[in-house]
Design a protein around this ligand. Structure first.
Ligand code: ATP
Length: 356
């Protein structure tokens, strides 16, 4: 089954709620046909509000416009936009069977009975729930319910699929499995999809591009690798994964770090006080003469595939470094560390205001 895929444009969409809460500053976003966009950010940053504007569940402040395939749908109600939605809370009809739930949107659209049967069969098969067709939804597990919710959303062949934290209620293993399946499904259908999450690995795994949001604004839009390796700010770097921060002057004596400093300024950033950022996997324990600095082991955790060290004595904050699991290091041991210069990221110094 192939869905029509359309581009979606968000133009200058701000949202102020009736009580005066400003959930979004004016936002511009262009979503390509068939693209999966992950909206990522901490609680309260406005992800759901943006999704609801795109869905037609909220209207933007005056001046804002939403276009579906070039057509202005800003004031068109959700029922008339032909979107599919999947929520964290399933939003299924609990006392209907799985088949009845999946068929619901098709019946509302007065689809012929034979076609309803055919499409429901197809959806149940696609979501691996064909054995469950006659079960009532309140007799299903959380993972099975979310499969039904996805089947129901996709059955109507929506122009846009909107997913609001669909996996949050599930346990870690199931989340990972369903995440993989959703990925396959979105790629297979080629449908334009917008996926809200506060889980960075979900955003990385699913998004063709990630939109990182902070306090009602877009902090950065980019492919997952860019967000991870070329963050525009310390906020984005932190939200994309564990990151260490060092004031640039602490590495000023290292020639290769100075080269990295010149090379890795985010585009358009004026020069000024800056910090170096690097990921835990981008530092090595080396012979003393090759070290950028010597740090002391504050804590060490064996994580199976690696050992994670918390190091002190360099800068004001603990540094987090991953090393091979066979390294066994005493608390207090002094270890020489070298950062891979090509992995250094440089961002303007800012007050620590992170998405803990
Ligand atoms: P979460 O991950 O916790 O769901 P979010 O990023 O999706 O957060 P939103 O739900 O979009 O955030 O909320 C953005 C801001 O708007 C928050 O400060 C929230 O309290 C506020 N807000 C959301 N809905 C309303 C409403 N109907 N009336 C007033 N304020 C609202």
């Amino acid at each position: 089954m192939s869905a029509q895929s359309i581009p979606v444009s968000v133009h200058a969409c701000a949202k102020t709620f009736a009580d005066g809460t400003r959930a979004l500053d004016p936002i511009d976003l262009q979503i390509e046909a068939g693209e999966t966009i992950a909206l990522l950010g901490p609680s309260g940053c406005g992800k759901t509000t943006l999704l609801r504007l795109i869905a037609g569940l909220e209207v933007p402040d005056p001046g804002g416009r939403i276009l579906y395939d070039g057509e202005d749908v800003t004031r068109l109600a959700i029922e008339r936009r032909n979107v599919g939605m999947v929520f964290q809370s399933y939003a299924l009809f609990p006392n209907m069977t799985v088949r009845e739930n999946v068929a619901y949107g098709l019946k509302v659209r007065r689809t012929a009975a034979r076609e309803v049967r055919r499409r429901v069969d197809h959806m149940l098969e696609m979501m691996h729930i064909d054995e469950l067709g006659h079960r009532r939804v309140d007799q299903l597990s959380g993972g099975q319910r979310q499969r039904v919710a996805l089947a129901r959303a996709i059955a109507v062949r929506p122009r846009v699929l909107l997913l609001d934290e669909p996996l949050t209620a599930l346990d870690a293993l199931l989340r990972e499995r369903l995440r993989g399946e959703i990925n396959g499904l979105l790629r297979g259908l080629g449908i334009t999809a917008i996926y809200v999450t506060h889980d960075r690995s979900e955003a990385m795994a699913l998004g063709d591009r990630i939109v990182v949001m902070n306090r009602g604004r877009i902090a950065q839009v980019g492919a997952p690798r860019d967000i991870y390796h070329r963050p525009a700010s310390a906020f984005v770097a932190d939200f994309a994964g564990t990151v260490n921060r060092l004031p640039a002057h602490l590495l000023a004596h290292c020639a290769d770090a100075r080269d990295a400093e010149r090379a890795s300024l985010p585009p358009g950033e004026p020069s000024g006080p800056s910090d170096f950022l690097f990921r835990p996997e981008d530092a090595d324990i080396v012979p003393r003469e090759d070290a950028h600095f010597i740090a002391r082991v504050h804590a060490s955790s064996f994580l199976g595939d690696r050992t994670r060290l918390m190091l002190e004595g360099v800068g004001d904050e603990l540094l987090v470094i991953d090393c091979r699991p066979r390294h066994s290091l005493e608390i207090g041991a002094e270890i020489p560390i070298r950062i891979r210069p090509e992995s250094l990221m440089r961002v303007p110094t800012e007050k620590k205001n992170l998405a803990a």
